[in-house]
Design a protein around this ligand. Structure first.
Ligand SMILES: Nc1ncnc2c1ncn2[C@@H]1O[C@H](COP(=O)(O)OP(=O)(O)OP(=O)(O)O)[C@@H](O)[C@H]1O
Ligand SMILES: [Mg+2]
Length: 223
């Protein structure tokens, strides 16, 4: 269960306060598939950064898997993220000069759950699932957009997260590859019994989800 209560997020940009997000309540049940929509700048990525513990809110509580992550220290939040959250970022966030395999192994080294041998074996099995085992030794910077997104997916699920966050995972892809990537994410979330939250600008994808939420409807009139 994800539960956000009375959240406010204000960025401080060199002394200028930017109100990025304000919402009374948001609940997502275990195993639910929810799409998030809303115009550019309405706070979608900010919301995901709060749920993943990458950011702490200016006000309010963020409860994920019965843990109030706003009460954790930074290193506790890092460990929480490694063990509970799979994050597919808006701009991939891969290491371009590392190989495909090295990129997927990386989050396992943070989770402290695996031995060295297990890490490589597990990473390879994830790459197989996304159809990239034959590219494992290739540097990420030499891959196509769709291939990079598949590496990002493999990396996000390698620690078996309960919650998968995907921030516009098909935004940089053509229609056909976008549909394939979305199918892959939905299939993996189902197999892993994970809760899935996806930000999308593509209205034709909304029917694939249990419900869709427009952040602008949750966001109070603060801008
Ligand atoms: N680190 C930051 N410092 C200052 N302001 C920020 C920061 N990150 C985001 N913002 C501001 O907060 C608001 C919400 O940003 P956010 O990235 O959450 O929007 P978004 O809904 O994901 O937009 P998009 O659809 O374009 O990705 C914007 O006005 C943005 O300029
Ligand atoms: Mg965004």
């Amino acid at each position: 269960m994800i539960n956000l209560k009375k959240i406010e997020m204000t960025y401080d940009d060199h002394g200028t306060k930017i109100n990025a997000l304000k919402l009374k309540e948001l609940q997502v049940k275990d195993g639910e598939k929810v799409a998030f929509i809303g115009s550019s700048g309405c706070g979608k990525t900010t919301l995901f950064n709060l749920i993943s513990g990458m950011l702490t809110p200016t006000k309010g509580n963020v409860i994920v898997e019965d843990i109030d992550i706003t009460t954790l220290t930074e290193s506790e939040r890092d460990l929480f993220r490694a063990n509970h959250i799979g994050y597919i970022f808006q701009d991939f966030n891969l290491f371009p000069d590392f190989t495909v395999l090295q990129n997927v192994v990386l989050p396992m080294s943070f989770s402290k759950r695996y031995s060295k041998n297990e890490m490589e074996k597990e990473a390879l099995s994830m790459l197989k699932r996304v159809g990239l085992e034959n590219k494992k030794d290739q540097k990420v910077k030499t891959l196509s957009g769709g291939e990079k997104q598949r590496v990002a997916i493999a990396r996000s699920i390698v620690n078996k997260p309960n919650v998968i966050l995907a921030d516009e995972p098909t935004g940089n892809l053509d229609y056909k590859n976008g549909a394939k990537i979305m199918d892959l994410i939905l299939q993996i979330a189902k197999e892993e019994k994970a809760t899935l939250l996806v930000i999308t600008h593509n209205n034709s994808q909304l029917e694939l989800f249990d419900r869709s939420i427009n952040i602008e409807d949750l966001n109070e009139a603060i801008k």
